[in-house]
Ligand binder design. Structure first.
Ligand code: FE
Length: 285
């Protein structure tokens, strides 16, 4: 017998300004680490006014995490210290493993609507110093499975027999973009050992077996069970589902760097100061 996961927590997030002046909603953050482990942070963007985001996120470091940026619509130019340059466009994703250290910039370009999100996925202690890597998962690499009233984009992991372009190299994760027509139901078997949460991008609907109609722009953490279930309201619903096994390791978080101990954080900031943050053959991890 299967158990449908109930709602454990609904998170609305707080409007914030980050980078050089980008207005976003910080949906989950450090106060949520215990509940959402292995997921650290979720920032959501939804704006029709380029003034909200055009100043972007100029050059800044990351270590110890993966940053996953997914755009339903809009355009973000990217560059990093590995020499990568690229643009995330409609329906595309950028999966960046910061590992031992990367310096990058993320610069949204003016578009009719910028709608998307950035997720921070933690790295296990043993992989904090893995080699940094950048993956451009453009929209044509993300399979979209069309079913009765539901279309599922597989960004990471599997949906049934359909594999996404990555499975998560460090934390095996699932990330699905689920577009639901009005009144449709989506059910997904989920590993009971995994943390599962969704972010409602648009529309509204009911999650679990409850009857509360949940509006867009909120995250819902699911409780224990082995099936995720949602039913779209009268305007349909679009959600992104995230699942992954918790790390249950200590978290030492300083801005863009997430390690396990305060000493590792101090080391990272000292290296930024003295110019040894980026690993090279002359400066190995
Ligand atoms: Fe960044």
């Amino acid at each position: 017998m299967s158990t449908i996961r109930p709602i454990q927590r609904i998170v609305t997030g707080t409007p914030q300004t980050d980078g050089a002046g980008v207005r976003l909603v910080r949906v989950i953050s450090r106060r949520d680490v215990e509940d959402f482990d292995p997921f650290l942070m979720l920032d959501a963007f939804d704006s029709r006014d380029p003034a909200d985001y055009i100043r972007g996120f100029p050059w800044h470091p990351h270590r110890g995490i993966e940053t996953v940026t997914y755009l339903v619509s809009g355009e973000i130019d990217h560059g990093d210290s590995l020499g990568n340059r690229g643009t995330i466009r409609d329906g595309g994703c950028q999966w960046m493993t910061a590992g031992s250290g990367i310096i990058h910039q993320e610069m949204p370009q003016a578009s009719p609507r910028m709608l998307g999100l950035q997720l921070w996925l933690n790295l296990p202690r043993k992989d904090k110093f893995t080699a940094p890597q950048y993956r451009d998962l453009s929209g044509d690499k993300i399979p979209r499975v069309q079913e009765d009233g539901v279309r599922v984009g597989v960004i990471c992991g599997h949906y049934g027999a359909t594999a996404g372009p990555t499975q998560g190299d460090y934390v095996r994760a699932t990330m699905l973009d689920v577009e639901m027509a009005a009144g449709s139901t989506f059910r997904l078997p989920t590993d009971p050992a995994e943390t599962v949460f969704i972010y409602i991008l648009a529309g509204s609907g009911v999650v679990g077996e409850g009857d509360e109609n949940l509006a867009s722009h909120r995250a819902v953490l699911l409780g224990s069970g082995d099936v995720f279930q949602a039913r779209a309201g009268q305007d349909g619903m679009r959600l992104v589902l995230f699942a992954g096994r918790p790390l249950r390791e200590p978290v030492a978080w300083g801005g863009p760097i997430v390690m396990n101990t305060p000493e590792e954080l101090q080391q990272a900031f000292a290296e930024i100061e003295n110019g040894t943050f980026i690993r090279t053959s002359a400066n190995p991890a």
